[in-house]
Design a protein around this ligand. Structure first.
Ligand SMILES: Nc1ncnc2c1ncn2[C@@H]1O[C@H](COP(=O)(O)OP(=O)(O)OP(=O)(O)O)[C@@H](O)[C@H]1O
Length: 249
């Protein structure tokens, strides 16, 4: 379980997070939305140790995360994707997965590794549906396949909590659908937090949505509850929430 209490982050006096309270129970697929600058990426940065909050607590699976280094938080089972790609184009799909998986292994395990793919890598390939592309260089993947590879690279690290920043941005309709199914499948045995703006996507795949605005949690509820909430509509410039939310990125 992930729990943020009264988390505050300030950049030169500007309050990017202004007292965020958020609880994500184990095994939930939680969507995080909010206008540009609402603090969504900052929230992920705080959980993953990239940004240290000025105040508040961040707990995951009984551990306090504040003050820990990024790699320590990864080892506690928290993984994230970035808005920018971390894939090595010259390496094959399986090599990228292998490299990601090795991040959590001690050095002796790397030197003693047998030939062939590890269980974690094989599982990631199967889950993301990339088996047929395993030996292709990552550079030849389509945009959608590349995003799945990044999710696979996270899975290969065997996290318990995954934080995904706009995983369907730039994807085709079919790719979005497959990603929604993938996220739902992953949430069967992980806790997943997804930053996403696309309202159609949320309607199809989200159960609970948290709306951030100006560094605070504005509303939390089902997609239907959230999209008709007057506070959410007002935040999205008084237009129909589903129009505006869909446009922003
Ligand atoms: N390192 C930083 N230094 C200064 N200001 C920052 C920094 N990181 C974020 N901010 C500011 O904090 C606010 C929240 O940013 P954040 O990226 O978390 O928003 P967001 O909700 O993810 O927005 P977007 O949808 O545009 O990605 C923004 O006003 C941003 O300009």
């Amino acid at each position: 379980m992930l729990e943020l209490r009264d988390v505050q982050v300030a950049f030169d006096g500007f309050r990017a997070l202004d007292g965020v309270n958020l609880t994500v129970p184990e095994g939930e697929l939680r969507f995080l939305i909010g206008p540009n600058g609402a603090g969504k990426t900052t929230l992920i940065d705080v959980v993953t140790g990239l940004t240290r909050p000025a105040a508040g607590s961040v707990r995951f699976a009984g551990q306090d995360l504040v003050g820990r280094k990024e790699h320590q938080i990864v080892r506690l089972g928290v993984g994230r994707t970035f808005q920018t790609s971390v894939v090595f184009e010259e390496l094959t799909v399986v090599e990228n997965l292998d490299l990601a998986a090795s991040f959590r292994e001690p050095l002796w395990a790397l030197t003693r590794r047998r030939k062939g793919v590890s269980e974690a890598v094989a599982e990631s390939l199967a889950r993301t549906g990339l088996e047929a592309l395993a030996e292709r260089p990552a550079g030849v993947l389509s945009h959608g396949q590349r995003q799945w590879l990044e999710i696979g690279m996270l899975l290969a690290q065997r996290p318990r909590l995954l934080l995904l920043d706009e995983p369907v941005a730039g994807m085709s309709k079919d790719e979005r659908e497959r990603t929604g199914e993938l996220l739902t499948a992953i949430a069967a045995d992980h806790t997943v937090v997804v930053v996403e703006h696309d309202m159609d996507f949320l309607r199809r795949h989200a159960s609970t949505v948290t709306v951030l605005h100006e560094g605070r949690v504005l509303v939390e509820g089902s997609v239907d509850e959230v999209s008709v909430d007057p506070r959410v509509q007002e935040v999205y410039l008084g237009r129909r929430a589903d129009d505006t939310v869909g446009e922003r990125s």
